[in-house]
Design a protein around this ligand. Structure first.
Ligand code: GUN
Ligand code: ZN
Length: 428
């Protein structure tokens, strides 16, 4: 058994729907006991040390131990084009994204970028990612292989596109179905991998392809499905042109059986009332990508309104449309975006979104996202005084939240003191 000591923070409920004090579990001097990749006990450090005198102890002092961050929407193949200047969504895809994704025809390139990607995200305290790969099956193999080397629980799938994409970056309805099915059968449930059925978005799939992937999802409801919806106005207008009979953007996906529990709908900014009601009714998840939505100029996600109506919401970087690999930076952006809409998100709500809330959005809250007996031992350890600017502000803090908020707003990979994945120290 291993005992990991520090200040422990986790959640027993949703701080958007219950008083914060009732759902936050905080142990100033706490311990997490880990055995065979799982958490077996969480409690005061003294109590756990007495109960387990033989345990191997790692003491992080005043640093904060949390469930590892969960990034619910990324494009690992865009790692090398993150922070590309100056384009709106469709131009940005054509100018930067598609040319880079074309390079993933080379499996060596896929492996190199996947390794770089996981080095970057783990350095930022992220232990679970949900990624779009490229149309190339090898890009999926590279992603899951590199994650397994690090012991990470990850999700992802082959991106499917059979129109409005350049040569070398299109599959077909049939090959998308066949390749996705084969990859799903190989990877889903292998170690800590989960396969996600991945039509990129309505503009890059023919009705035939959306229909084939809807059929695949019906055959494999144990998998999640991910796509994009209502990110930018130009995109929404394009979808209306391509699918003139659909009532709205969501209706396109509904038509092909691509909305339901386990659907991860990326961005979901400019939704109509009907779409919001249907997303809730069908229990899909909405994925908020705040650094991307500001970076590409997409718009302001309605966190307060969507939470109030009971939507299931996850948080994500959207690397490389997003401008950071850090979930701390992403929480900061979520705070700022909500503020621009007149809502102040509490630090507890931001931290919940990056951990337990995101686990719930990807329907893995029984395994990851909180620190409790039986949960998988994926942890991040955060230094709450990682830079001079943060340290001098945190020194004035009188509460946990005052101590944490400067790190949320100004923290980066320097705040990540350690990372544990599957009960093993990955960065320490
Ligand atoms: N919509 C379709 N593909 C993408 C993508 O790669 N990034 C973002 N931000 N939006 C998309
Ligand atoms: Zn995306």
């Amino acid at each position: 058994m291993k005992l990991i000591l520090g200040q422990v923070l986790t959640f027993a409920g949703n701080p958007f729907h219950a008083p914060i004090d009732e759902v936050v579990c905080h142990e100033q001097r706490g311990a997490v006991a880990v055995e065979a990749g799982r958490i077996v006990e969480v409690g005061p450090a003294d109590t756990l040390r007495r109960a387990h005198p033989q345990a191997e102890v790692t003491d992080y002092g005043a640093a904060l131990i949390s469930a590892g961050f969960i990034d619910t929407h990324v494009h690992y193949p865009q790692t090398a084009v993150i922070a590309s200047w100056g384009k709106r969504l469709i131009d940005w895809l054509n100018t930067y994204t598609f040319p880079e994704e074309t390079r993933f025809a080379d499996p060596a390139h896929a492996t190199e970028i996947a390794a770089t990607y996981f080095d970057l995200v783990t350095a930022n305290g992220t232990t679970t990612t949900v990624s779009y790969c490229t149309i190339h099956p090898d890009s999926v193999d590279a992603y899951f292989t590199e994650a397994a080397r690090r012991g990470l629980r990850v999700l992802g799938g082959k991106t499917c596109m059979d129109r409005n994409a350049p040569d070398g970056l299109r599959d077909s309805a049939q090959s998308a179905y066949d390749d996705s099915k084969r990859l799903l059968e190989h990877w889903h449930g292998r170690g800590r991998a989960s396969y996600v059925i991945t039509p990129r978005f309505a503009p890059t799939s023919t009705p035939e392809q959306l229909s084939a992937l809807g059929a695949l999802w019906r055959e494999h409801p144990e998998c999640l499905m991910q796509t994009h919806i209502s990110e930018q106005h130009e995109e929404i207008a394009w979808v209306a042109d391509l699918f003139p009979r659909a009532r709205d953007y969501l209706d396109v996906y509904e038509d092909f059986g691509l909305v339901g529990p386990g659907a991860l709908m990326g961005h979901a900014i400019h939704l109509t009332e009907r779409e919001r009601a249907r997303l809730k009714e069908l229990d899909a998840s909405l994925i908020h990508c705040p650094t991307s939505n500001t970076f590409i100029g997409s718009g302001l996600f309605d966190m307060e309104g969507l939470m109030a109506e009971g939507q299931r919401i996850g948080l994500a970087t959207d690397t490389g449309g997003g401008s950071s690999f850090s979930m701390l930076r992403t929480m900061a952006a979520a705070y700022e975006v909500a503020h621009l809409r007149g809502a102040s998100l509490h630090p507890a709500q931001l931290w919940w979104l990056a951990t337990a809330g995101s686990a719930r959005a990807i329907r893995m809250e029984d395994r990851i996202g909180t620190l409790a007996p039986g949960m998988e031992a994926d942890l991040v350890v955060i230094d709450l005084a990682s830079t001079p600017a943060i340290a001098q502000r945190a020194a004035r803090a009188e509460t946990l939240w005052e101590a944490l908020f400067p790190t949320i707003m100004m923290g980066d990979d320097r705040a990540v003191r350690a990372v544990w994945a599957n009960g093993e120290m990955l960065i320490g």
